[in-house]
Design a protein around this ligand. Structure first.
Ligand code: COI
Length: 447
């Protein structure tokens, strides 16, 4: 067994383990457990970097939502195989960028519970994609989809692991550095899952071509005529049926109307646009959940609770949603500014280091329950569980881990939208979501 010799240069980066001769294939084989170090299983990859350098030096080929739709609209065998090879060659580039980001973290962060696991998952996925042979036939594409589905499944625990590791690292990282790192990890993860799931959905649609006489509303995972009101109502119906998702402490059993704020939808109620339903419904679901919980807690002894109003507006370029509640606003002793709720740093948001939250993250990290299956699997599961009533959002009901708002913000901004919170302290909260409706913005930043 090797001893793990790691030193940190003045910039806080890992800079040791040179000259060890033949290197073992994983960090776990390299390291013994060090006092104060929780779990190390990765770093030899830090020194097998040639392939990684090559991929990390290539820029990601970012796409717009419109490109995803146009390319997927008239699918045939040739285009499907092109799509498969794009995913095969693009994902290792995007993963390589994130592996490089992780390598640049101070060593004390890499050793936190959860971080090593994510690094290992990404390294394995990178290596498998890099070695995957070119796809030339439909049969090979089927095998490729099975391979990608497996990785999507393996990566379900990434978010709880990453949230746990970075929360524990919060004392060692400046808030801006921590938040920038997390944002890039999360945006990039969404982008990779979108490309992978889109390709799988396109493959399924090619297979079912001719079997359905219905008008095709979906192109891959994009719903070309997504009805905003419909999505809001699905979220409301689902929350009504599952009050424990709103607040475990306050509700038990089914909600009756007296315990529940009415959700009123107004504005341009017939708005439709091309978007990923899973993303829109994730945002609406999380925001409504917060509003319902806050309103209930603010008015504990009121028989008829103040309503929550969702205003939908479509302009030439954007779709807007404003969700207004009377839940008392956002400012608390722990939160000084609404945007601190997006932060993963305990300096900005003290709840990040709360024991209950860390405990819930630990449970989720090890349970493999994870955060997101493929879109089609998720919809299938909801249909079985709740007669198709559930929203297409990617989070299984779970204890409060404080990820809903930052993730909603990241989903909203992924294709160039915005999410802003305005607290009317002591009265309520207005959340403004803007989503570009023409699909012309490139995905994310620095993928
Ligand atoms: C992720 O979910 O983190 C991924 O990178 C998925 C990809 C390997 C298909």
């Amino acid at each position: 067994m090797f001893a793990c010799r790691v030193s940190t240069n003045p910039a806080g980066r890992v800079s040791a383990l040179r000259g060890l001769g033949q290197l073992p294939t994983s960090f776990s084989a390299l390291c013994t457990r060090q006092p104060g170090v929780r779990s190390i299983s990765t770093a030899v990859h830090f020194y097998q970097n040639r392939q990684l350098e090559e991929y990390a030096s290539k820029p990601a080929t970012r796409l717009t939502l419109r490109q995803l739709v146009f390319f997927g609209k008239s699918m045939n065998e040739e285009r499907l195989i092109k799509s498969a090879n794009y995913v095969r060659t693009e994902l290792p580039i995007r993963i390589a960028h994130r592996l490089r980001d992780m390598q640049a973290l101070p060593y004390v962060v890499v050793t936190q519970e959860g971080v090593a696991k994510v690094y290992e998952l990404y390294w394995t996925a990178f290596d498998k994609f890099r070695r995957y042979p070119e796809i030339t036939t439909l049969e090979e594409n089927d095998a490729f989809c099975t391979f990608v589905r497996g990785l999507l499944n393996d990566h379900k625990s990434v978010i709880p692991n990453l949230s746990l590791g970075l929360s524990l690292s919060s004392p060692y990282l400046l808030p801006d550095r921590l938040d920038t790192f997390m944002r890039r990890m999360l945006v990039s993860r969404i982008s990779r899952r979108v490309l992978a799931e889109h390709h799988i959905a396109l493959t399924e649609s090619v297979k079912s071509q001719g079997q359905s006489s219905q008008v095709q509303e979906n192109v891959g995972i994009i719903c070309t005529g997504l009805q905003v009101q419909d999505s809001i109502e699905r979220c409301v119906r689902y929350l009504r049926k599952r009050p424990r998702d709103i607040d475990e402490d306050v509700f038990s059993g089914s909600l009756n109307d007296a315990e529940w704020s009415e959700v009123i939808v107004d504005g341009h109620k017939d708005t439709r646009f091309a978007y990923i339903r899973e993303h829109l419904e994730y945002i609406i679901f999380e925001l409504l959940k917060n509003s319902l919980r806050a309103t209930r807690q603010k008015h504990p002894s009121v028989r008829v609770l103040p309503p929550i109003r969702v205003t939908v507006v479509a302009s030439d370029n954007d779709v807007y949603l404003r969700i207004s509640d009377q839940g008392g606003g956002l400012i608390s002793p722990e939160i000084k500014s609404p945007s601190d709720l997006f932060s993963f740093s305990h300096v900005r948001n003290a709840t990040r280091l709360a024991d209950a939250r860390l405990g819930a993250l630990r449970t989720l990290s090890s349970s493999q329950q994870g955060m997101t299956a493929t879109v089609s699997e998720q919809i299938g599961k909801w249909q079985r569980d709740s007669d198709g009533d559930a929203p297409a959002q990617g989070v299984n009901p779970h204890p409060r881990i404080g990820i809903g708002l930052p993730m909603s913000n990241i989903y909203a901004t992924y294709f160039g939208g915005t999410l802003e919170l305005v607290s009317l302290d002591g009265y309520g909260t207005d959340v403004y979501v803007r989503l570009p409706k023409l699909g012309k913005n490139l995905e994310g930043i620095e993928l």
